[in-house]
Design a binder for this molecule. Structure first.
Ligand SMILES: [Fe+2]
Length: 329
């Protein structure tokens, strides 16, 4: 699986090179309803796309639901694009990846506006079908191009910036201990941590350009790491919290990390206490703040994604999982 990357401040303008290379005339543009304008992407892309036939699709919610993908696919088919451009957070990129893989598949350019899910770097897309998290998985899902432009993430609202930064952190950490890890994925995960850990607080608190640059690059590295290793129990246990209680994905995964680290007992460059201190700094959690009760632990445990759970270095029983949720109420 090969992907061409453009990385750095101002990299988004290089979309014009990709359009020229493919002689693209019809563009299917998948964007976040407000992030497209707020990130500054629209201002950069409007002149580049002005002379082309552009079909814009932004009918997406906070999660990628099967009905969004079905709706998007019918718009995609009418458009019959020769290039797909996706600009947004992880759920926007995942929706575009799924629609393109299920359509006739043309080159896809993924541009994250959060730092970030790493979705621009992975060959899978999370889709919720009737409340159940599923993953579309295969080489045809991987975006052909990734454009990482840190200027786009400067305007991410604080809570979304915290959630996406924590997602990148969890993905890098989980990748290191995943059963599916390889030397290559460990290299990407280590690089991701070196970029994300020292800069995450500054990037969220002050939007310092150098910190945002590190975070954007680190999130992309974390995406490349999980593209190989996949994620583990923190992600597996997080999906129900996101779907049922609306807890932002990265926050749900990060709340689960400290108790999971104490169970997995794998040496990592970041400790459970470090994560807890970061969570306090960001003022997120515990689960009860989002309306989760003790009585929800059993049904949450029943809904855990078995595939990602099986990639955890330690087998977890139903009781372990319930206890894990209860530890962070
Ligand atoms: Fe994630």
């Amino acid at each position: 699986m090969a992907q061409t990357e453009y990385i750095g401040a101002g990299a988004l303008a290089r979309l014009s090179e990709i359009i020229a290379e493919h002689n693209a005339q019809k563009i299917f543009l998948v964007v976040g309803k407000s992030s497209y304008q707020a990130s500054g992407a629209e201002a950069v892309l409007a002149p580049i796309l002005a002379s082309l036939a552009v079909t814009r699709f932004d009918e997406l919610g906070a999660l990628t639901l099967e009905e969004h993908v079905t709706e998007g696919l019918s718009v995609y088919k009418k458009c019959a694009p020769d290039l797909v451009v996706a600009v947004g957070g992880g759920h926007v990129l995942d929706a575009a990846k799924a629609i393109n893989a299920m359509g006739n598949r043309v080159p896809l350019v993924a541009v994250p506006t959060t730092g970030g899910s790493g979705a621009e770097a992975t060959p899978f897309a999370v889709i919720y079908k009737a409340g159940v998290k599923t993953s579309l998985d295969g080489p045809e899902v991987l975006p052909t191009y990734a454009i990482i432009d840190p200027l786009l993430i400067a305007s991410t609202p604080r809570t979304a910036a915290i959630a996406s930064g924590l997602d990148a952190l969890c993905q890098a950490l989980e990748s290191l201990w995943a059963k599916g890890a390889t030397n290559e994925s460990r290299g990407y995960a280590t690089e991701a941590l070196e970029l994300v850990v020292p800069t995450l607080k500054t990037a969220v608190d002050t939007r310092d350009p150098a910190a945002l640059d590190s975070l954007a690059r680190g999130a992309h590295c974390a995406g490349k790491a999980i593209a190989i290793s996949k994620t583990t129990a923190a992600h597996a246990l997080s999906y129900g919290l996101t779907y049922r209680f609306g807890i932002p994905h990265g926050i749900a995964a990060a709340l689960l990390m400290p108790p999971l680290m104490r169970i997995n007992k794998v040496m990592l460059p970041v400790s459970a206490e470090d994560i807890e201190s970061l969570l306090r700094h960001c003022d997120v959690g515990p689960l009860s703040r989002f309306g989760v009760k003790r009585s929800d632990a059993a049904s949450l445990s029943d809904g855990v994604d078995p595939e990602r759970l099986g990639n955890n270095p330690r087998a977890l029983s139903k009781e372990d999982i319930q206890q894990l949720y209860m530890n962070i109420l």
